[in-house]
Design a protein. Sequence first.
Length: 196
Amino acid sequence: MILLKNPNNHLPKFMAKITQELIIETAEALIKRTEKSEVTLSQIADELNITHAALYKHFKNKQELWAAVSKSWFNRMISEQIKLDMNNLINTQDLLHDWLWAFVNAKKRAYNENPQMFALNTQYVDSNPQVLRDVLWDSYQIIDRLMHYHDPYLERAEAILSAFAVFSLPSFKESWNLPDYQDRFERIWSLIKHGL
């Protein structure tokens, strides 16, 4: 049980245990409601009606919380949006091509549909290479499985995804809605496909 703040100095209220998931959901809801990517920990604590210090029982610092918020958003808005028809694909290269195309389009759609969360992702994840690698780890694993690499360090998968950075890193977002978007993707694919 978590002791809640009581601004009226009445007897304390109690509620069910605050979870990391609830904190993440609350942070995302505040970002959406305020239309700002810079939500403070105090705002999140106030929204949950808990003390600021109670947040540190779940996240050791602000960076860890925002990394978790960004990873949750990334998984829901990008990774989970990739749907492939495995029956119509002839080989692993075709499968990888279609997965990469779905990945970059999911990232583009996330940017166009929710710029506040996209900005948060940029601010707290892409500025920290270790957090970025953690957020992308599941994607590396998918590429590794698709290509049957069995690489314990996922280096080849990381290199493949890095080749498409212009379609996934936020610093390139202004180019994602240009008319030659797919042509540029296919040119990069042509350069790497023989080295897979």
